[in-house]
Design a protein. Structure first.
Length: 270
């Protein structure tokens, strides 16, 4: 099993498949790289698939540094360790925010970016709910009401999957990673002009998947590359890549294939 030794953390990752494009998969909060097990088999015949456990999650060690910059540097260090100069970060939730950060801060390393229900620029009521739970945390257990964990459209197996993971995660790692985005200098947690301006700095092609109505239309207005595209899957939960892996594999492969074509499709919403 490959591990990357960082100055303040030990990062677990896997490396499989082959192809002209390297997809670096970054999971979300309360998760690990196992979240990609439904999607990876559908893509590894065409792409190199590198999946990481963020620090403090899965098999990676905990650390005091959970800023977006720390998580992005972990991803870059993994790419360096396998001799990959340019790659496509694909992130879910918090991992989607890390992927966006990579695109903005390290444009020379990122060919394109794929974001699955990313956790940036969220509606204020949603952020308020998280902050209310954050204020109740006593350092012994991450308090997390069901309303923030599940949704009416979530499959029962996912509800159990997430609840068990929540019980296992170190609260310091949980809230450290949350704070890394919510209280970071990028200001990306809540919807704001500043967050929108930061996201406009993604100069590379962007493919984003959203479950919340209206998010795709909002993000389309932030794109600057003509090949960028949004997908809105109404009726899905936050875990689109687990619930609809075959559809996602088709969309991702088609979009990446189009990027390699001399003809670039216009920016738009699907």
């Amino acid at each position: 099993m490959p591990y990357l030794e960082r100055p303040d953390a030990r990062i677990f990752f896997t490396d499989e498949g082959s192809g002209p494009v390297t997809l670096l998969l970054i999971h979300g909060l309360v998760s690990d790289s196992n979240d990609w097990n439904w999607l990876t088999p559908l893509l590894r015949d065409r792409y190199r698939i590198v999946s990481m456990d963020m620090r403090g999650h899965g098999r990676s060690s905990a650390s005091g540094g959970y800023a977006l910059a720390d998580l992005a540097q972990d991803a870059l260090a993994i790419a360096d360790s396998i001799g990959c100069r340019r790659f496509v970060p694909m992130g879910h939730s918090l991992g989607g925010t890390v992927a966006a950060c990579l695109a903005v801060e390290h444009p020379d390393r990122v060919e394109a970016v794929i974001e699955v229900d990313p956790a940036y620029a969220l509606p204020s009521p949603m952020v308020d709910g998280w902050e209310a739970v954050r204020a109740q945390w006593k350092g012994k257990k991450a308090m997390f009401p069901d309303a923030l964990l599940v949704s009416d459209v979530m499959a029962p197996f996912l509800t159990t999957w997430l609840a068990r993971r929540l019980e296992a995660i170190d609260p310091a790692a949980f809230w450290g990673a949350y704070d890394g985005q919510a209280r970071g200098p990028e200001g990306l947690s809540v919807s704001s002009p500043e967050a929108d301006e930061y996201l406009r700095r993604r100069a590379c092609p962007v493919l984003s998947f959203h479950a919340l109505p209206g998010r795709a239309q909002w993000e389309t207005a932030l794109f600057t590359h003509p090949a960028s595209r949004t997908i809105e899957w109404e009726g899905s939960s936050h875990y689109l890549h687990i619930e609809r892996p075959r559809e996602m594999a088709v969309v991702v492969s088609g979009w990446l294939g189009a990027l390699a074509s001399p003809t670039v499709a216009p920016t738009g919403e699907a």
